[in-house]
Design a protein around this ligand. Sequence first.
Ligand code: NAP
Length: 283
Amino acid sequence: MQRGIALFGNNISYSISPVIHNTAFEITNLPYTYLTIDIHPDRFAKGIDAVQTLNFAGANVTIPYKETVIQHTTSLSPVARKIGAVNTLSFKDNVIFGENTDSAGFFNAYTTEIQALDRKTVLIIGAGGAARAVCDALITKTSPLKVIIANRNTERSERLGEHVRRVYGFDRTETIRLAGIEKIADTVNGIIQTTPVGSGLHTGKSPLPGSFRFHREHIAIDLIYNPIETVFLKHAARQGARTRNGISMLLHQAGLSFTLWTGVSFPMDKVIPVVMEHIKRRT
Ligand code: NAP
């Protein structure tokens, strides 16, 4: 019997997760279909109920539901509980299990860059679910000199700063406003962009002002994968920074979710060329 796996989000028509997972299901000959459910926040809870009723095997959860979905889970993995965000659900015997594969996906995708930032100062743009996973990976896998969180809504960045201090016992955290961020460009070594600014409805924009100066020692990672080179990454690359886009993380977190749902290894080597070809055709 064919079973469904859903991707819940709002305004996520750009997502290539269906291509990744349906390609992997085809390669492994597994009876699952992955489909996007673009849903308004008012209907999100009903959407979760519906897919459970329809015997879906699981779901991915993306912007803006990674934190709010926790209230709909009946159990959480230790890492999802620690991070306070969930990107993967699995449905079994009326249990809604929440997992977070973003942290491990981020680390596995950018291990070299993350290790290069050990004992250095890292600036995280954004304070949502993805930023929480990035904090987890940086703090549990390395020992940053300082983590600076900059967000549009400062209440949210302060909440994340407090979370990082309390849950990880990591005191070298600072929260700042996005306005005036260019002043600290020289004091940071890594810049990790975790907002949707640069993709979807925000394509052609950057969360950083044009006056933010990158340099050759900077490592700039944008979690956005569509477009493959955002304005943030273009500016960073043009000014000599080492840059990475979000495709590698997308594949790594997807692989971990795939294995959670199916118990089968993700056929990474076979999925990559199909996904790259899909991206090339789309651009
Ligand atoms: P989220 O929990 O909803 O958080 C969104 C964050 O972006 C918040 O900090 C929000 O700030 C900020 N933001 C939203 N619109 C903004 C705007 N117009 N200007 C400035 N800041 C804005 O979302 P998420 O789950 O963290 O996802 C964020 C992005 O990361 C998405 O583009 C997603 O596709 C990407 N992502 C990629 C991967 C990957 O595998 N490559 C994995 C996870 C996420 P406020 O608090 O001020 O609203």
